[in-house]
Ligand binder design. Sequence first.
Ligand code: URA
Length: 216
Amino acid sequence: MKLLQSLYQQRALGYRYFDDIKSVPFKKSDLSDMPSTLLELQTYLSDCSLCNLSKSRKNIVFGEGNPQADIMFVGEGPGELEDDTGRVFVGRSGELLTRIIENVLKLRREDVYITNIVKCRPPLNRAPSEEEAQRCKPFLIKQIEIVKPKIIIALGATSYSYLTGDMDGKISKVRGEMINFGSAKLMPTFHPSYLLRNPSAKKEVMSDMLKVKAIL
Ligand code: URA
């Protein structure tokens, strides 16, 4: 309401148009101002309107799982079912992700932590823009700081690129090679929705997950 009031005031003063506000890279100190538990962070985020995705979302999809997980999966962004339910990876790609966790990693879904690059659904399931990803990134980095996973699994090119800043890396080239990510390791692999379209790539994901399992 305050923002709306201020926009009405600006219009009364003759302003008609604002350039998009470009995100400024966040500083480490921004993170220390944020709550230090997942529950508080979720509440802190609950009325977020830092990017345009907030206008069309039904629910913020924060993430779920073991708050002390050794493994954290990072997808791209919520789809329709996730937006409807507020829960991460509950659609068809979520079912496949759960099968990978259970059958390859031999863990239960609730043993790992699962979240996304952006917490609100991009319309028509498009990839999040750089602006949207950057606005949401401090919350993801804080989630990583709280959970302290040993391994982060970046699901798909969008997740890999926004996590690492390597915007040119092709997922088919970078997958399967563990890289350092702060005090954690990061394993890029194919996104489950890619596997639904290209089932033959499951063997690569299986091999990536076996490498993850081997270092736990
Ligand atoms: N795809 C994602 O990347 N994340 C979800 O939560 C669901 C589908």
